[in-house]
Design a protein around this ligand. Structure first.
Ligand code: 13P
Ligand code: SF4
Length: 305
């Protein structure tokens, strides 16, 4: 069997994309070659907006399962394909519906803010979703001093600090972001004393505490583009380095450690994208009852603007 080259896969993807009327969405952590063939790259919020707005019949979602699920929740009339169905999110897997129901029962009447990194079934039991880009705005928009925030304890801590609200967290976390330590950030700062330190809110509280900015992945693109700084220390998954360097060729992006790799974000390859365009498999769907309940939580977030 002859193995196709990247160029051959790229040509095949272009042909099949046109034939299928498909749009390819890619998260900022995807492999460089996947980011390069995507119609849109972005963070969770940007990609869910693209999924809701696109007129394409087919969405090829190069990201992890909860992201494709959110696209389906918003656009059930479209075919939503996740080129590698095993691409999950370690944090999303840390909470179950039963666990959330227990937490809700222990705090009756307290609104539940659900980070979009969660299953449709967990979203269905929540009042409103948020992403890293709008978590503080969502919490501020809720008319209550106390909120439950699931599943990321670090995002919950960050939101509590920024809003002054009492946050009851779930004890979940992202192993990739927890890997980043204060010592690593300080060491990078020593090497690049003029650099702007921007980190993701999934980082440990002691890391967000020493950062210059705490941002979603797309917000990091915004700061990189508008800041006068030429060096940046980036506290998030390494895949973002490709897009940041491409968009800002005169600037330098440094990572506190080269270990921040989300394995689930790397399993989608050009071969898998080509295959999924040819077969329109594997598809992501959600049963209609769960979808409608999850949609209410996602829509409340999307409507916040
Ligand atoms: P963003 O929405 O900031 O891209 O984050 C998604 C994510 O999974 C971070 O680990
Ligand atoms: Fe989930 Fe962490 Fe990977 Fe983001 S980086 S998809 S939170 S495991």
């Amino acid at each position: 069997m002859t193995v196709k080259t990247d160029e051959e896969f790229i040509a095949e993807i272009a042909r099949l994309r046109a034939e299928r009327g498909a749009v390819i969405l890619a998260h900022n952590y995807q492999r460089p070659e996947i980011q390069d063939i995507a119609d849109f790259t972005g963070d969770s919020l940007g990609l869910s907006r693209q999924a809701a707005a696109t007129e394409a019949d087919v969405i090829i979602f190069c990201g992890v399962h909860f992201m494709a699920e959110t696209a389906y929740i918003l656009s059930p009339d479209k075919v939503v394909v996740l080129p590698e169905i095993e691409a999950g999110c370690m944090m999303a897997d840390m909470i179950t519906v039963d666990g959330l129901l227990e937490l809700k029962a222990a705090h009756p009447g307290v609104p539940v803010v659900c980070y979009v990194n969660s299953s449709a079934a967990v979203k269905a039991e929540s009042d409103i979703c948020c992403t890293s880009a709008n978590a503080v705005a969502v919490a501020n928009a809720i008319d209550a001093d106390e909120i439950i925030m699931i599943p990321d304890r670090n995002l919950g801590y960050w939101v509590a600090q920024q809003t002054g609200k009492k946050v009851i967290p779930w004890d979940g976390f992202c192993p990739t972001h927890e890997y980043i330590t204060v010592e690593q950030v300080e060491a990078a700062r020593k090497r690049f004393p003029d650099a702007v330190v921007m980190v993701h809110p999934e980082c440990r509280p002691e890391v967000t505490a020493i950062a210059d900015a705490v941002l979603s992945t797309s917000q990091m693109f915004g700061l990189a583009a508008t800041s006068d700084a030429t060096d940046f220390i980036v506290g998030t998954e390494l895949g973002i380095g490709h897009g940041l360097a491409k968009a800002n060729p005169a600037k330098c992006f440094h990572f506190p450690t080269d270990e921040t790799i989300c394995p689930n974000m790397k399993v989608i390859t050009l071969a898998k994208v080509a295959e999924s365009l040819a077969t329109l498999q594997p598809r992501v769907t959600v049963d209609e009852e769960t979808r409608l309940r999850a949609l209410a939580a996602v829509q409340r977030m999307v409507e916040l603007g």
